[in-house]
Design a protein around this ligand. Structure first.
Ligand SMILES: [Fe+2]
Length: 163
């Protein structure tokens, strides 16, 4: 049987679930590392950890509605973290500036994936999935923008502490 747009939607939602999980792990690690010296960055990252947890729940609900297997999303975690590695994985000893830069890259990666998913949901005629994905992508767009807006201040603070 030929693969339908809905099959693709389910498959990509399973990957998106695993990416969100990966993002949650990275962000909580960074929030902990930045808490002492960069409380505002840490607070915004922690807030996005909660948003990312909510995303996982919404994606899991969507998968259940579409008849997809949520547990499969967990199985592909290894594959996803290999891909996600190039997109902002936390490095030991990274500076606050590197944390922000890598997080910006990861948020844009999520945004791109969600936008491809929105197009796929539209092609599959899955209106509810499309609406849900549009609300999810807004959180990642906002997070990317916040990080970009705060990169200069974080860099200045880093340079000031170094001087
Ligand atoms: Fe995100």
């Amino acid at each position: 049987m030929a693969k339908t747009h809905k099959d693709t939607l389910i498959e990509w939602l399973q990957e998106a679930h695993a990416f969100a999980k990966h993002g949650e792990t990275m962000l909580s690690g960074r929030a902990d590392a930045l808490e002492g010296d960069y409380p505002e960055l840490a607070a915004r990252m922690s807030e996005h950890v909660s948003e990312t947890q909510a995303h996982q729940k919404e994606i899991a609900d969507l998968l259940a509605d579409l008849g997809g297997d949520v547990s499969k999303a967990k199985d592909i975690g290894g594959k996803v973290s290999a891909v996600g590695h190039s997109w902002g994985t936390q490095m030991t000893g990274e500076t606050a500036v590197q944390s922000v830069a890598a997080s910006i890259a990861f948020e844009h990666f999520e945004v791109a994936n969600y936008r491809a998913l929105i197009t796929t949901a539209e092609a599959a005629d899955e209106g509810q999935a499309k609406a849900t994905l549009e609300s999810l992508v807004a959180d990642d767009v906002a997070m990317a923008k916040w990080l970009e807006d705060n990169l200069v201040d974080a860099t200045k603070q880093y340079l000031g502490a170094e001087a």
